[in-house]
Design a protein around this ligand. Structure first.
Ligand code: OGA
Ligand code: FE2
Length: 518
């Protein structure tokens, strides 16, 4: 033990040393703390404050303007000197159920991922009630027309009615006013050249919606449906003789015409004079405003009860034999003076629900997020699930994804993949197959806001430049009807009554028509 000579001095010196040490340790701590805080702040500044917040840089636009940056989909301008080539942005869907909060012009929206393949998002309240109502009113004022498939079918049915009444009497051998399967068998042999047994015949007449009440007997009204169902019957009779059903036939076997609805196209400046909706779409999609502004007119669709649109794709596969429809006027005619063959080039669909039908009217994506989608895959579907995936009047709820219509909600999806190499539009995404399920009660209105991009980069640039010089897009006259005097529309209420009223018995029509309106 050490002897204490001058204990009080030593103790005082020791106390002073301890205080100093404590103080300097404390100040060292402060230095470390400050250093730590600064580095955390730096990290936050560099990587963003939230894990959910995403930053994506978009390419410079073709006018050489500033590059846009999306921070949680909020478009901001930011100087850049990156590549001059325009690039297309595609949202990362992240995961089903993922919700992004988006701020556009001070308004907050939630964008929920509902599928990854293709990326599909649902955005509630993207449109206000007033915006929805205004689009409907403008469409009614302008006038809607039946989709082409329906008109063809209806005319055919009118012509055939008299003939069918005569044929019924001829076929009703026992004169009881009904046709049983024994009476129908010789009729089928004579007019369809097919010999069917009792089971095949009753299956055929039920499947084609001729035998409406499935009671294996036809009354005159049911019998008169046969001409409308003729192509359907022919295909099914052929298919009945081949098992399993071949894909190409199966594809066509679905009840009702492909599309039963009324439609019109609205000039962008008519429903969106200030460009507010188009700016919102540009901010939501991250697609350059020039592209959004130069895309085709708004396509408004009205479905009444039993209205539907069987599964289809909104765009078409890339191919070297045809050019994009939206920019086809810029392509030269072929050597024999013919205009080039065209196809639809719709990179994205932003679909707005303008009303909320009481029942039905969902939008279905039969194969979204399915493992595979091949032509054989459809066959597989049929064999395993035993239904036609295109048939959305009967098999809406067999689809992998079914979205409920809610007024003001937008659904947004990619019809094409992105070509990774040049960040430009790539080939069609087959999983984007979708359609409108049957409206069971009420009325359904939707609008399609399609984003057109030519897969030929230079032609899209030429198209944009042309549009900037010459204004609105050239549109197909047949699909764009302007208000005419003959519609005799004095008010919106009159229009509501006078436009596109479907015949009562429309829902009984079974026909086979190709998609003439994608
Ligand atoms: C369309 C379409 C779906 C729906 O009009 O192209 O796919 O739910 N509509 O109406
Ligand atoms: Fe569609």
């Amino acid at each position: 033990m050490i002897e204490c000579v001058n204990c009080s001095e030593l103790r005082a010196a020791a106390d002073a040393a301890i205080t100093m040490a404590t103080k300097s340790r404390a100040s060292l701590c402060y230095v470390w703390l400050a250093f730590f805080l600064v580095s955390v702040l730096l990290q936050l500044l560099l990587h963003g404050v939230s894990a959910d917040q995403e930053t994506k840089t978009l390419g410079e636009n073709f006018l050489g303007r500033k590059e846009a940056t999306v921070v949680d989909n909020l478009i901001e301008d930011e100087p850049t000197n990156k590549s001059q080539r325009m690039k297309i942005f595609q949202h990362d869907p992240v995961a089903v159920g993922h919700i992004r909060k988006i701020e556009i012009e001070g308004q907050y929206y939630e964008m929920k991922t509902v599928a990854l393949k293709p990326p599909i998002f649902v955005i509630p309240n993207f449109l206000s009630d007033e915006e929805c109502d205004a689009i409907i009113d403008l469409s009614l004022e302008q006038g809607l027309e039946k989709s082409a498939t329906q008109r063809k079918v209806y005319k055919k049915r009118m012509d055939a009615d008299d003939v069918m009444a005569e044929l019924f009497t001829e076929t009703d051998v026992d004169g009881d006013g009904k046709l049983n399967m024994t009476e129908m068998a010789p009729f089928m042999l004579r007019y369809f050249e097919v010999e069917l047994n009792y089971d095949e015949l009753s299956f055929l007449l039920t499947e084609t919606v001729v035998d409406l009440d499935s009671n294996k007997s036809l009354d005159p009204e049911e019998f008169s449906l046969i001409p409308g169902a003729e192509i359907y019957i022919r295909r099914l009779t052929r298919a009945l003789k081949m098992r399993p059903l071949p894909t190409n036939i199966l594809k066509k076997l679905r009840k009702g015409s492909d599309r039963k609805s009324c439609q019109t196209r609205l000039e962008h400046d008519l429903y969106d004079p200030e460009g507010m909706l188009r700016n919102r779409v540009a901010a939501l999609t991250g697609i350059q405003k020039e592209i959004v502004y130069s895309s085709e007119l708004l396509h408004v669709v009205q479905y009444n009860r039993s209205g539907h649109y069987h599964a289809h794709k909104d765009s078409q596969p890339l191919d070297n034999e045809s050019v994009c429809k939206h920019s086809d006027h810029l392509y030269p005619n072929s050597s024999d003076g013919q205009p080039p063959k065209s196809r639809l080039c719709r990179f994205m669909t932003v679909l707005y629900y303008l009303t909320e039908p009481e029942r039905g009217g969902q939008t279905a994506f039969p194969v979204a997020d399915n493992e595979t989608f091949t032509e054989e895959g459809i066959d597989h579907f049929y064999r395993i699930k035993h239904h036609d995936i295109y048939d959305l009047t009967n098999h809406c709820h067999d689809s992998n994804l079914v979205v409920e219509p809610r007024k003001g909600t937008a659904i947004m999806w990619y019809n094409h993949n992105l070509d990774d190499q040049n960040e430009w539009i790539g080939d069609i995404n087959k999983f984007s197959l979708h359609g409108g399920c049957e409206v069971i009660k009420g009325e359904k209105w939707i609008a399609n806001h399609w984003i057109n991009i030519d897969d030929n980069y230079d032609m899209q640039m030429a198209y944009l430049a042309d549009r900037i010089r010459n204004g609105s897009p050239p549109e197909d006259e047949s699909t764009h009807r302007r208000p005419t005097n003959d519609t005799n529309v004095s008010s919106i209420d009159d229009a509501r009554r006078s436009t596109c009223q479907l015949p009562q018995d429309w829902s009984n029509t079974a026909s086979m028509t190709s998609h003439d309106e994608l």
